[in-house]
Design a protein around this ligand. Structure first.
Ligand SMILES: O=P(O)(O)OC[C@H]1O[C@H](O)[C@H](O)[C@@H](O)[C@@H]1O
Length: 282
């Protein structure tokens, strides 16, 4: 099969389907600039997408939402900012013998300026190549005054069984426990992170790569530019409070997010920032 990129309708959303000659594929929605599916060559679906997701009516539960210019409720903007509910445009698409790549773009408009008074351009580039996925976010300050932002690629990984998952690579790094009381920092002391309850940890200045093992094999998780890692799973009670997730779905997903949140990124006029997350099937 030849590599290709086609425009599709995905649950009513305009999207691009990327595919490679080796049969890797991905679906990238223009709504939110959100990757909604990634199937590596000879592999299974690697991203969780809720069967109860709402498409085009608020945030889409699953895939890789782009959080910008605010992470979670760390400010006065809508949760996780407005990029995940904005309509992006296609800036570039390219295929080669063994890869497919697409870039989506989002720029300020009257609605964004009413919420956040800064001209900006965002570009999200998604590239698939055999067993590898690269996501790169570029932020350009296209205005005349400085601005600062927080951001994340809020990656929802699909896992076979959460309690079988083992995450390596966070040993020794400091984190803020977003479920705990107070602002104190803790230090990860385990060789591997296991999942047997709700978790919402914001690790700082993590030197990667991370390694996630579950029943279905191992996934390497690397990043550049994003200093932080968020690990989130709502577990049973949290899941029950999320109306766009089926009741036991917390066992099928794990968010490991490339983030820039513990310190805001400041950009002067015309300055550019890049952050990248890479997932590799091992
Ligand atoms: O439900 P959402 O607004 O998409 O947020 C989902 C989750 O995002 C991040 O992982 C935060 O650390 C969590 O605290 C939050 O619950």
């Amino acid at each position: 099969m030849a590599a290709g990129i086609e425009r599709i309708d995905f649950h009513g959303l305009p999207a691009l389907r990327l595919s490679t000659a080796a049969d890797a594929s991905a679906v990238l929605s223009l709504y939110g600039g959100q990757l909604l599916s990634w199937v590596p060559a000879r592999g299974r679906e690697r991203l969780y997408l809720s069967e109860r997701a709402r498409f085009g009516n608020g945030p889409v539960r699953g895939g890789v939402p782009v959080c910008f210019p605010q992470f979670a409720a760390q400010g006065t903007l809508p949760r996780h900012g407005f990029a995940r509910t904005s309509v992006w445009t296609v800036a570039e698409q390219r295929t080669g013998d063994d890869f497919a790549l697409a870039t989506l773009r989002l720029a300020d408009d009257p609605q964004s300026l009413a919420l956040w008074p800064h001209p900006f351009t965002l570009e999200l580039t998604v590239a698939i190549d055999g067993g590898r996925l690269d996501l790169e976010l570029e932020v350009i300050n296209s205005g005349h005054t400085p601005f600062a932002f927080t951001s994340a690629l809020h990656t929802y990984l699909r896992v076979a069984e959460l309690e079988e998952c083992r995450l390596q690579g966070l040993h020794g790094f400091e984190y803020r426990d977003a479920l705990g009381a107070g602002e104190g920092l803790r230090r990860d002391s385990g060789d591997v992170l296991l999942f047997d309850g709700p978790i919402d940890r914001h690790y700082r200045n993590v030197e990667r790569p991370l390694l996630l093992r579950d029943d279905g094999g191992a996934l390497g998780i690397d990043a550049e530019g994003f200093p932080d890692v968020v690990v989130w799973n709502p577990w049973e009670d949290g899941n029950a409070r999320i109306d766009d997730m089926a009741p036991r779905d917390f066992r099928r997903m794990l968010c490991i997010e490339a983030a820039a949140i513990h310190r805001r990124i400041a950009l002067d006029p015309s300055e550019t920032w890049h952050g990248r997350q890479t997932l590799v099937c091992l």
